[in-house]
Design a protein around this ligand. Structure first.
Ligand code: PEP
Ligand code: MN
Length: 371
């Protein structure tokens, strides 16, 4: 059961103390307070755990300061949607950018940071095309221990400075260890916070529960959690809930394809049909990664790359974010060059995505008309 307090109720108010006192009197019920930073105000939600069936929803709803009470109908307690009446927000704001199930952001950028020159070319192209988000890999989890592992903390200062120089507000960056969070925080401090970072947890770490708990305990950075490539959707959604249970519900869920030869010749079997499913089951904005799904620059006779086709499929189904590999000189990329889009393809990619987004919005309007 979730108790949602009225927006003006703060922790030092009388109403708040009365509500907590009421909850402490209940037997076999524990409570946990979550502060949700909405786009306009801080909302307080109290999660009740234990034998909540015996509680009267009406009685709790009648307490002064309580806005609403939601009975949790399934397992994703914090991030889940609990029935059609659960209209709690899907939006959060980070560094001036709003993420929600109702909008779309493109995070085009380098799979792996290699040189300051390439980072600058990327950032400049993004700025020139009105973009404020990017992806930049500094810590790379690689299949072979002999493969390039990323420049790690050494590249962070120039990545952040260049992001700031070109007006980039959010950099999605994978971390594979909790010390990486500290390194990112330190580099942001040293460079004077020229940009923001969205911590990315990769598909190989989706069920690294200890990492999830640590990342969930910090609230400074939002998290992009990738679906595990060999586990069920349900298992990956539970992984997202680990973050939220620890206190960080600013989570975006990323579909990136599943590991199976059934999807050949694509690198992974594209799973973007799950975009609306994740939006129905949870309140997380949903990201798609066409680059790591398709894994090549193969194109069809119509002149479009497979990665463009799958991006459009995800967007026309309502995706809220696209994580996509670009590189100024793919032949010189240290990771995943063969799947990268070229700099000159950026405006084409963006325009193509906009066509799919417009079509999605028309589909939603049509659905409303027929309801
Ligand atoms: C990446 O986005 O760079 C990446 C390694 O993705 P994934 O975790 O989906 O393989
Ligand atoms: Mn990659």
């Amino acid at each position: 059961m979730i108790i949602i307090l009225e927006p003006h109720i703060h922790k030092d108010s009388e109403e708040y103390h009365d509500i907590i006192a009421y909850l402490e009197n209940l037997t076999n019920i524990q409570h946990r307070v979550h502060e949700v930073n909405g786009s306009e105000q801080i909302l307080t939600e109290i999660y009740l755990i234990g034998d909540t069936h015996s509680l009267s929803k009406e009685e709790i709803q009648g307490l002064s300061g309580v806005e609403r009470v939601v009975r949790v109908s399934q397992e994703y307690r914090v991030l889940g949607r609990h029935g059609d009446h659960d209209q709690r927000t899907t939006a959060f704001e980070y560094n001036g950018v709003t993420f929600s199930q109702d909008n779309l952001h493109v995070f085009a950028g380098l799979c792996a940071v290699d040189t300051p020159e390439h980072v600058e070319m990327m950032m400049k192209a993004l700025r020139d095309h009105g973009q404020v988000c990017t992806r930049m890999g500094a810590y790379k989890p690689r299949t072979s221990p002999y493969a390039f592992q990323g420049y790690g903390k050494d590249c962070l200062p120039y990545v952040f400075e260049l992001a700031g120089k070109y007006g980039i507000k959010v950099v999605a960056m994978e971390i594979t260890h909790d010390v990486h969070v500290d390194e990112i925080r330190e580099a942001l401090e040293k460079t004077g916070h020229p940009t923001g970072v969205m911590l990315q947890i990769g598909t190989r770490n989706t069920q690294n529960f200890e990492l999830l708990k640590i990342v969930g305990r910090q609230r400074e950075f939002p998290v992009l959690l990738k679906r595990g490539f060999g586990i069920t959707l349900e298992e990956s959604l539970h992984a997202a809930e680990y973050l939220a249970k620890e206190g960080n519900s600013h989570v975006i869920f990323c579909l990136r394809g599943m590991k199976t030869n059934v999807g050949d010749p694509h690198r992974n079997f594209v799973d973007f049909s799950h975009v609306p499913v994740v939006k129905r089951l949870t309140r997380m904005p949903v990201c798609i990664d066409p680059s790591h799904s398709v894994g090549s620059r193969d194109h069809s006779p119509d002149g479009l790359l497979d990665a463009q086709h799958v991006a459009a499929q995800g967007v026309i189904a309502g995706a809220n974010m696209i994580l996509v590999d670009f590189h100024p000189v793919p032949t010189k990329a240290l990771v995943d060059g063969p799947q990268a889009f070229l700099m000159k393809e950026l405006p084409w990619f963006l325009e193509d995505v906009q066509i799919a987004r417009d079509a999605y919005e028309k589909r939603v309007a049509l659905a409303k008309q027929y309801k």
